[in-house]
Design a protein around this ligand. Structure first.
Ligand SMILES: Cc1cc2nc3c(=O)[nH]c(=O)nc-3n(C[C@H](O)[C@H](O)[C@H](O)COP(=O)(O)OP(=O)(O)OC[C@H]3O[C@@H](n4cnc5c(N)ncnc54)[C@H](O)[C@@H]3O)c2cc1C
Ligand SMILES: *[C@@H]1O[C@H](CO)[C@@H](O)[C@H](O)[C@H]1NC(C)=O
Length: 474
């Protein structure tokens, strides 16, 4: 299906796109990243072809809470409207409970008199349809429904020239000076052109609850206990998403213990807030459980001429902190600047494009590093599976109760983009964890205090340093 964007008389560029399948940029994947990028570059006067395997409304359990930092990026891209008319819910911060004990963490204001920054929760598919509509109404973008099957590479220069695809069972191809792989977590292009492969430690299992009564409306709920973390947030007037993290090989969810469903019924249901329990067991009975892998994938610098990998295809972190769309939208803001027609008049200048992409790799870290490191480190604490991690988890919760929470929440929201702020908070958590642990140690064991201190600090370092290392050096 070729959509002509409703324009009767076609510009020469549009004609080239539609008749010759040729543009400045060919983007694979009309997800969050692909659509936003198509609009951003189309508005700069580039000719863009956006390819998507299914233009039907996606129905997925991912990308349903956009952090305030992501809302700001949308605004910069002129796409803020995409959050309207989708029955979305404002989010003013987080509600974290630790064995039932709650703390409210609001997103920090930029100044005492400014309003609380807001995130937004919604049905993923509705948001994506809005982004696609924005791309469709951009005169410099042509959207085509087709399944991309591979890259077309010049055997002479190794440069990527475009893509092969299958449109309604017929083989087809599209050519661009720059090809963008934005085909999401399961990218087929990553294998050959990305340095790393995704690592998975757990899955999120999701249910949609109807008319659940959340203890703290307009917040993301994080439930901490002996179990790995559980997330809940309202995504529509009547609908609430619950995501339950299950690490690979979790004994409590083994076949012997009744599998995932048994785990939900025996371990999760009793610990949910009362107003949520009925809707949870209803949803469970209906058998609508769905799951997605939670992956970690460090970004790698784009080095293939004519190709650019972006979005989840490029970089992933645990979705605990809901950072993926914020990273993707921030990346679009950075790319738009680095590849602007002023800086790169002609995208066929692959040398110059590669230089700009090398700069992109470092420049994007301003916003992505903090979100990536925080997601992985918090997940390690929240899914604590050993003694010292549990001590850190408790320290973290106490820190939320008494500490300067604007910092950690601002980092998570994508509002504070300073890795050093993250590191200082993380080690403050570690020292608080040591203090709390020692206060709870019986006198007879107090001689072990120095040992506990070293072990907790060591565990904290092992949790966070590898991620910092990956972000800073590669
Ligand atoms: C369980 C879970 C929960 C999450 N929750 C959140 C959250 O609350 N907030 C948040 O910000 N992030 C969240 N994320 C992350 C977020 O979903 C992603 O970061 C975001 O969707 C990435 O956007 P993308 O455009 O790169 O990929 P996608 O949104 O996956 O888009 C890829 C597009 O490419 C298309 N495509 C794929 N292959 C082909 C092909 N061969 N040919 C043509 N088209 C193709 C697909 O149909 C799709 O439309 C979550 C992730 C998971 C796993
Ligand atoms: C489309 O591109 C042309 C140049 O090719 C540019 O003049 C025009 O402003 C662009 N249109 C929009 C809506 O951005």
């Amino acid at each position: 299906m070729t959509l002509l964007n409703g324009h009767a008389s076609l510009s020469p560029a549009a004609q080239r796109r539609i008749e010759h399948h040729e543009a400045d940029i060919v983007i694979v994947g009309a997800g969050v990243l692909g659509c936003a990028l198509a609009v951003a570059l189309g508005n700069q006067g580039r000719s863009v072809i956006l390819l998507e395997k299914s233009l039907e409304e996606p129905n997925r359990i991912v990308g349903e809470l956009l952090q305030p930092g992501g809302v700001q990026a949308l605004e910069q891209l002129g796409l803020r409207d995409c959050l309207e008319d989708i029955d979305g819910i404002n989010v003013k911060g987080y509600w974290v409970t630790y064995f039932g004990e709650p703390v409210l963490l609001e997103y920090p204001k930029s100044s005492p008199t400014s309003p609380t920054p807001l995130g937004r929760a919604f049905h993923h598919g509705r948001f994506v349809m809005k982004l696609r509509a924005a791309a469709l109404s951009c005169p410099n973008v042509t959207v085509v429904e087709t399944k991309v099957t591979g890259l077309i590479t010049s055997s002479y220069t190794q440069e990527v020239l475009g893509v092969e695809c299958i449109t309604k069972d017929v083989k087809d191809c599209y050519f661009g000076q720059l090809t963008v792989a934005a085909d999401g977590y399961n990218s087929v292009f990553r294998k050959e052109h990305h340095q790393y492969t995704p690592k998975r430690r757990s899955k999120f299992h999701g249910l949609e609850l109807i008319d659940a009564k959340l203890p703290a409306p307009n917040t993301g709920h994080v439930l901490l206990s002996d179990n790995p973390p559980v997330l809940m947030y309202q995504i529509g007037t009547h609908e609430t998403r619950i995501l339950i993290d299950i690490p690979d090989n979790l004994p409590a969810a083994s076949v012997k213990n009744g599998g995932v469903k048994g785990y939900m019924r025996n371990n999760i249901l009793p610990k949910l807030p009362e107003g949520v329990q009925q809707s949870f067991s209803d949803a469970l009975e209906k058998g609508q459980l769905r799951s997605m892998p939670n992956s970690f994938l460090p970004a790698s610098a784009n080095k293939t001429p004519g190709l650019m990998i972006l979005g989840d295809a490029l970089n992933m972190r645990h979705p605990l902190t809901g950072g993926g769309m914020t990273v993707a939208l921030n990346d679009v803001c950075v790319i738009r600047e680095l590849l602007s027609p002023e800086r790169v008049p002609n995208l066929s200048n692959t040398g110059l494009v590669l230089e700009q992409l090398a700069e992109f790799h470092w420049k994007r870290k301003n916003s992505s590093s903090v979100i990536n490191i925080l997601a992985q480190a918090l997940y390690a604490l929240f899914a604590a599976d050993n003694y010292y991690l549990k001590a850190l988890q408790r320290g973290c919760f106490r820190y939320f109760q008494i500490g300067p929470v604007g910092g950690p929440v601002g980092l998570l929201a994508g509002l504070i983009k300073k890795p050093l702020v993250l590191v200082s908070h993380f080690f403050s958590v570690a020292f608080l964890a040591i203090w709390v642990h020692i206060c709870d140690t019986p006198l007879s064991k107090l001689f072990l205090a120095p040992y506990y201190a070293v072990m907790i600090l060591y565990t904290a370092s092992v949790v966070i340093l590898p991620y910092i290392w990956t972000e800073i050096w590669y």
